[in-house]
Design a protein around this ligand. Structure first.
Ligand code: GDP
Length: 548
């Protein structure tokens, strides 16, 4: 592509941008970008906070938790607030640990926001799965793990809350293997549980780490006893140590030894036991992330795959968050850097608009604040402030026309018609829905006939969020009414004439255009959808779509 090459050359002339490939390679190698997945209440927030405390990124316990408004959800509404509390304030956190740069991405736990979660997981290289050891595998755990599996994302497992009465650890592993269909390789093994929780045995290092309760210990220093046969242990807790020896024998016989390649292929997960609230087992998790989890890898784009160490900058937007800070009314596009080096003041090519943009005040997300980005490399997440010209899935480069693939939208399952009480606010309604649609908070369809706007969601809580945000952020009091629509499919057709025929036919009355300008068919029932598909074999009906 000649235009692309020219633009890249131009950008390079712009300043002293002689970046050595070695520097980029070095920076990429020391990066880890991961997401935490869990069923609500398993301890994701607590663990996040301990990871930040442990790495020294924050000093005070309670910093993350304080952002989470409403500890106990008393209504759906509170649940939304709680969800937004997490995802708004701390959806991306960067910190350094052991000379590594760690990017931690939060994912909404509630299933109604699974679409958002899915897209966040397209931006990570590994995931940390938190399981409440008293409950085992829960519904959301299964869904999120399946999402990770689509890209074979390597997963580290943390069995949390060992300071409580939990399920039998062997049974937990068994459940993980049978329900989640993933091999388990225990790395640490619990000694007792609840009141008798003594610590964990590190199976690879033959060391015992003694448990001491205490929420505020940031250093995570634990007493270590070398060797499972150490006579000291029998003196300390004779009963538990006998049990441990038996279990370890069983574990060695019945489970898989840790294998790095299997972990990286997403076939096997190393399992750690601990207690997030007591900051116990957190260091092992961090070390596993740095030692075993992969550095940023290559990414597929339409024209070719992109290697993280190549010199030209590239990246894609996986999330948009508007009005993060009500005082600033801003709109931030979260971009995952895929290659090269981002520098402050750099000119970027917005590929969908085929336009150079100069992004000012690009931000990075430190654990407790937002800061100006000086530089960023593959795996880093940077925030691009914008006024609505950026969408989820947009790619940016230094000129080359490459569109990153694999950032999906899912056909919604729930539909509503948006109406307003005050007709004078129609403009604000459209503006608000357009922006919320671009943000991915809800999908917005404009039927080709008629003037109503149709909203589509993967989970019904999304409607509540949208209604409340329309009111708070756009001053629009909207009501969402039921519709006869039961499903939506995006439409493509290679044959232009056939498509025109389709649009003119009776089925054409069911067509609508989404926020990104894509044509969609809104079916009144499963039968209607099937019949239409049968009648128009040349037209392709898509249940997911990638970026326009
Ligand atoms: P999230 O919904 O997954 O983010 O879960 P939270 O981090 O908010 O934790 C849910 C509840 O479990 C809170 O009341 C925590 O204090 C509690 N919790 C978290 N980790 C532990 C732990 O290791 N032991 C015990 N006993 N409770 C914990």
């Amino acid at each position: 592509d000649i235009t692309g090459a020219n633009a890249a050359a131009e950008a390079n002339e712009g300043g002293n941008r002689k970046v050595s490939t070695e520097l980029i390679a070095r920076e990429v190698k020391r990066r880890r970008t991961f997401g935490i997945i869990s069923h609500p209440d398993a301890g994701k927030t607590t663990l996040t906070e301990k990871l930040l405390l442990f790495s020294g990124a924050i000093q005070l316990a309670g910093t993350v938790k304080a952002r989470k408004s409403g500890r106990h959800a008393t209504s759906d509404w509170m649940e939304i607030e709680k969800q937004r509390g997490i995802s708004v304030a701390s959806s991306v956190m960067q910190f350094e640990y052991r000379d590594h740069v760690v990017n931690l991405l939060d994912t909404p736990g509630h299933q109604d926001f699974s679409e958002d979660t899915y897209r966040v997981l397209t931006a990570v290289d590994s995931a940390l799965m938190v399981i409440d050891a008293a409950k085992g595998v829960e519904e959301q755990t299964i869904k999120l793990l399946n999402v990770c599996r689509m890209r074979n994302t390597p997963i580290i497992t943390f069995m949390n809350k060992m300071d409580r009465e939990t399920r039998d650890p062997l049974e937990l592993l068994d459940e993980l293997e049978s329900v989640l269909k993933i091999q388990c390789a225990p790395v640490t093994w619990p000694i007792g549980m609840g009141k008798n929780f003594r610590g964990v045995y590190h199976l690879l290092r033959d060391e015992i780490m003694l448990f001491k309760a205490g929420e505020e210990r940031a250093d995570g220093n634990v007493e270590i006893i070398k060797g499972i046969d150490n006579p000291k242990l029998v003196e300390m807790f004779p009963l538990e140590i006998e049990q441990l020896k038996m279990e370890v024998e069983l574990v060695h016989g019945a489970s898989h030894p840790f294998n790095l390649d299997d972990f990286l292929a997403g076939i096997q997960t190393p399992v750690f036991f601990g207690s997030a609230i007591n900051n116990f087992g957190v260091r092992e998790i961090l070390n596993a992330l740095l030692d075993w989890a992969p550095a940023p890898g290559g990414r597929d784009a339409t024209v070719r795959s992109v290697t993280p160490t190549e010199e030209p900058f590239s990246g894609f937007v996986f999330k948009i968050q508007a009005n993060m800070d009500p005082a600033h009314r801003d709109r931030i596009a979260f971009l995952r850097v895929c290659s090269g080096r981002f520098e402050r003041g750099m000119k970027l090519k917005h590929l969908r608009l085929n336009r150079d943009i100069k992004v000012s005040s690009v931000v990075t997300f430190m654990a407790s604040s937002r800061e100006q980005v000086e530089e960023a490399y593959a795996g880093d997440i940077i925030g691009l402030p914008n006024h609505g010209n950026m969408q989820i899935g947009d790619s940016f480069s230094e000129g080359e026309m490459l569109q990153f693939t694999g950032i999906p939208y899912f056909a919604p399952d729930f539909f509503r018609v948006a109406r307003i009480r005050n007709p004078l606010k129609i403009k604000q309604l459209h503006k608000g829905l357009q922006q919320l649609g671009e943000e991915g908070a809800v999908q917005v369809f404009k039927p080709v006939t008629g003037s109503d706007l149709i909203l589509g969601a993967v989970g019904v809580l999304q409607f509540e969020v949208v209604a409340s945000r329309l009111l708070n952020e756009y001053g629009v009091d909207a009501v969402f009414e039921g519709t006869s629509i039961s499903s939506a499919r995006w439409i493509t057709c290679d044959d232009k004439k056939k498509l025109a025929d389709f649009e003119k036919s009776s089925a054409g009355a069911n067509l609508a255009v989404d926020a990104a300008g894509n044509l969609a068919y809104l079916a009144s029932s499963g039968v209607n959808l099937r019949l239409t598909q049968e009648r128009w074999p040349e037209v392709v009906f898509h249940a997911t779509r990638e970026h326009a």
